[in-house]
Design a protein around this ligand. Structure first.
Ligand SMILES: NC(=O)c1ccc[n+]([C@@H]2O[C@H](COP(=O)([O-])OP(=O)(O)OC[C@H]3O[C@@H](n4cnc5c(N)ncnc54)[C@H](O)[C@@H]3O)[C@@H](O)[C@H]2O)c1
Length: 452
């Protein structure tokens, strides 16, 4: 099939590359000329393990091309995917203006009846709105619009796309159903995991899935705070409940809050959708509130350990991306911590294997007038630090040289925002350790506090 994918971000690029890999002819379109420039040289503008190799082999194989000219790129396409952003508006609503702008452009430029697939996460009713825009095309063409939300995880996106748990397709049109089935069959060869439903149900399914996963995380973070009250290690509780197959081990890790480009904005969008129909979602309101509190936990814990006034201290941060395996820093817990530390007059020395450039762009260079230093080596950023905060659990942080760390740091405080470490191992190395929902011995903290 000839496929056109509009939007070359985390979702659009993976979609385009994977369809090309299955032998389709794909054109990826983006309005960002810089992105298209990089892509045309076989360079991925986003970090995603394995994507660049697939991008290059499919360009070389003649199955994948990139373009910034939507009008030309959509000519002759059998299927057009819309994979543009749906960021939060200030009131939390999903901003669907990028989708609607693409729909307008398609209604003008498509010269044959075409299947349009909404892949962006968008509120219930969005695909119907796109259909209405396309129905007003000047040539009176009968385009079909379906909803096909994406469930990939950044960091493992190619695997998720190639071997999906399920493919949700919202359409009640038999021809659209036939084409979507044909398109996705190569990805579900061992058993059919394509689920057809109404467009509105498909849109709601995406939000419900993210809301449920976010709920699991916030639930565990709430339990972690509760465990602290009773001097219980939440890690033991996690393993204990995860063994129950009805609960399972996924998404029950206590930590410093969820971030990224999906959960926070999708939760906000759901809450806004509820408000707009005069209803409430009290469970999800609590999930959101807990997550905000959780992101503030790192800074609060530093204050509890080192004193209220942190001015003049140096804090090292390991990990800036919202999770390992990506360079995405949208809504990342690291940013909440950095903002609080900068405001408190703390000097920051941070390291991330991939996301440091995005943080540098976000805070400006030289980063925050030198108050935020981005290092290229995890140990170098520990020099003279008064605390180390682990924010993103990249694999390379799992088994560090604690003895070396101890010699580099001014004060031996390790705040483990992802419960990565065994407290006993860390304490034996001479550190005071604090994890999420894991109580810390007060005797060890006492000498860390500044006089007064
Ligand atoms: N990132 C994820 O992990 C993920 C997972 C599932 C679903 N989603 C959803 O998929 C959608 C896309 O997310 P993303 O993370 O890929 O976004 P992104 O911001 O990384 O990429 C969006 C791209 O669309 C381009 N674009 C915007 N308007 C355009 C236009 N008119 N013409 C051509 N290109 C245009 C932008 O330049 C950008 O490159 C969102 O709705 C998101 O919620 C994201």
């Amino acid at each position: 099939m000839h496929i056109c994918v509009i939007g070359c971000g985390y979702v659009g690029l993976v979609t385009g590359v994977c369809f090309a890999e299955m032998g389709n002819r794909v054109t990826c379109v983006d309005s960002n000329a810089e992105r298209i420039g990089l892509l045309s040289e076989g360079i991925s503008p986003i970090f995603e393990p394995g994507i660049e190799a697939l991008l290059r082999s499919n360009i070389t194989g003649g199955r994948l091309s990139v373009s910034s000219a939507l009008a030309d790129a959509v000519q002759g396409a059998d299927v057009v995917f819309i994979a543009v952003g749906t960021p939060s508006e200030p009131d939390g609503a999903a901003d669907t203006s990028q989708i609607m702008a693409v729909a307008q452009a398609l209604s003008v430029h498509l010269s044959l009846p075409t299947l349009i697939v909404c892949k962006s996460t968008a509120p219930v009713g969005t695909a119907c709105r796109v259909q209405s825009i396309l129905d007003q095309n000047p040539g009176g063409l009968q385009h079909r619009v379906v909803s096909n939300p994406e469930f990939l995880k950044e960091g493992d996106a190619l695997n998720d796309f190639m071997r999906p748990d399920r493919i949700i397709v919202g359409t009640e049109d038999s021809e659209a159903r036939r084409v979507m089935h044909q398109l996705y069959t190569p990805f579900v060869r061992n058993h059919d995991r394509i689920m057809f439903m109404s467009r509105r149900a498909a849109e709601m399914t995406k939000y419900a899935a993210n809301a449920f996963l976010a709920t699991k995380i916030s639930f565990m973070n709430e339990m972690a705070a509760f465990c602290d009250e009773f001097a219980v290690d939440v890690e033991q509780v996690r393993k204990g409940i995860g063994a129950d197959q009805r609960i399972g081990h996924h998404f029950i890790y206590a930590g410093c809050g969820y971030g990224g480009s999906c959960f926070p904005k999708d939760l906000r969008a759901l809450l806004h959708m509820a408000e707009s129909c005069d209803t409430r979602l009290p469970i999800l309101e609590a999930v959101e509130t807990r997550n905000q509190e959780q992101k503030a936990w790192l800074f609060r814990s530093l204050q509890q350990s080192l004193g209220q006034d942190l001015r003049g201290l140096t804090v090292a941060i390991w990990g800036l991306a919202f999770k390992p395996g990506t360079d995405d820093i949208r809504d990342a817990p690291s940013r909440v911590l950095i903002d609080s530390l900068l405001a408190a007059g703390v000097r920051i020395q941070a390291f991330d294997p991939i996301a440091a450039d995005n943080i540098a762009r976000c805070y400006g260079a030289p980063v925050a007038n030198g108050q935020l230093q981005l290092g290229e080596d995890p140990y170098a950023v520990l020099r003279n630090a008064d605390a180390l905060v682990l924010v993103t659990e990249w694999k390379q942080f799992r088994q560090p040289d604690f003895a070396l760390m101890r010699t580099l740091m001014r004060r031996p405080l390790l705040l483990d925002g992802r419960n990565q470490y065994d407290p006993q191992v860390v304490e034996r190395a001479g550190f005071a350790y604090k994890g999420v929902g894991r109580s810390i011995s007060r005797t060890q903290l006492a000498p860390l506090r500044r006089a007064g």
